[in-house]
Design a protein around this ligand. Structure first.
Ligand code: MRU
Length: 351
């Protein structure tokens, strides 16, 4: 993701790994479409795209001789809940709206989105430094979904730790959950691991628990979309099953995220809004229907892993070994952008 003059340049993640197509987005509507269809995805990246979307709309209004503040506020309203689970999106967009309301000119909004981008990059760096300390020489790790550089404004979260761990000779192998239905693991995590020369193997999501039980995995590393005050973790569907398998097999279950993903307003993970996506994502594979004629599907995109299954929360402000310790970070961490309200009802997103 890159700001280019007066547009947002974005690598279309839906085309990877086959093609590297860069989109040049000019309006908040185009950014909303890119987020809904997961052309940009991953909690931190979605938040940054949303922030740029607000700035874009205010710029466009100024060019047309219209009120940039009203345009920014409309854009914020449109963007903040396109994908509801990752708190990064609503938080970033709400912060931009607050600036606009205070009279920030379009140029100031662009600068703020760029500053958020830079801060996310620095957060990635810090959390990776904390995370690599938990690795042991020769660690065989398993990860789920995609949490690498493409999912953030910097070096990634959980996958960033594994990439850096491999560079330092600590990670011997990564097992990659393919992550049905959108295959973020098979398409994106595999791409980034392969480019970095990390030995890896993709596993069907259903194979992960038996591999953990068989002692094939030393540590599991995942990212997060929203972490509640009590340490519960909303993340890509399938994370809960990994947490349960790790607890049963006494395998460390690590959750890595920037502090912008911690939602101080959310008491328990069960109150997080879980996005339900269109059933076609489950009924089809690579755009072709594979399910039986007339079959129905449920498609919750995220699940909630209770804090009791988490071994450590790895953030840019430090590593917490208990939910109490994590909550204590709230007092010391740079205040996150204004928290969004978190209605519990599930909602379907098309894409
Ligand atoms: O639906 P996605 O692909 O946006 O889900 C992404 C995840 O669940 C990631 O684990 C999370 O956003 C962290 S990305 C650093």
């Amino acid at each position: 993701m890159r700001w280019e003059g007066d547009v947002l340049a974005l690598l279309d993640q839906t085309e990877l790994p086959e093609a590297e197509r860069v989109l040049r987005l000019r309006t908040a509507g185009e950014v909303a479409e890119a987020i809904a269809r997961m052309r940009v995805r991953g909690a931190p990246a979605v938040g940054l795209a949303g922030a740029y979307g607000v700035a874009l709309e205010s710029l466009r209004a100024q060019e047309r001789g219209e009120d940039p503040v009203a345009a920014a506020l409309r854009a914020a309203q449109q963007l903040r809940s396109v994908r509801p689970t990752a708190v990064n999106l609503s938080a970033a967009v709400d912060a931009m709206a607050e600036l606009a309301r205070a009279g920030a000119a379009p140029g100031r909004l662009v600068a703020e989105a760029q500053a958020l981008h830079q801060r996310d990059l620095e957060r990635s760096k810090r959390l990776i430094e904390h995370g690599v300390k938990l690795l042991r020489t020769g660690s065989r790790c398993l990860t789920h979904c995609h949490t690498g550089p493409l999912a953030t404004g910097g070096g990634g979260t959980a996958l960033g730790v594994l990439l850096e761990g491999h560079r330092r000779g600590l990670v011997a192998e990564v097992l990659v959950g393919e992550t049905r239905p959108r295959l973020q693991g098979a398409r994106l995590t595999a791409l980034e691991l392969g480019r970095a020369g990390v030995p890896y193997a993709i596993v069907a999501d259903g194979a992960s628990s038996s591999l953990i039980a068989a002692g094939r995995v030393d540590q599991v590393w995942i990212g997060a979309d929203r972490v509640a005050r009590n340490g519960d973790v909303a993340n890509k569907v399938g994370s809960l099953g990994l947490g349960l398998a790790c607890a049963d097999g006494a395998v460390p279950f690590h959750v890595a995220f920037p502090w912008t993903t911690f939602d101080a307003a959310l008491a328990r993970g069960g109150d997080a809004e879980i996005e339900w996506r269109d059933s076609s994502e489950v009924l089809e594979l690579a755009g072709r229907r594979v399910a039986a004629a007339g079959a129905q599907a449920l498609n919750p995109a995220f699940d909630v892993t209770p804090a009791r299954l988490v071994t450590a929360w790895i953030t840019d402000v430090g590593v917490a070994r208990s939910a109490d310790e994590l909550e204590r970070f709230s007092g010391t961490a740079t205040p996150r952008l204004e928290p969004a309200s978190s209605p519990a009802a599930g909602r379907r997103t098309r894409g």
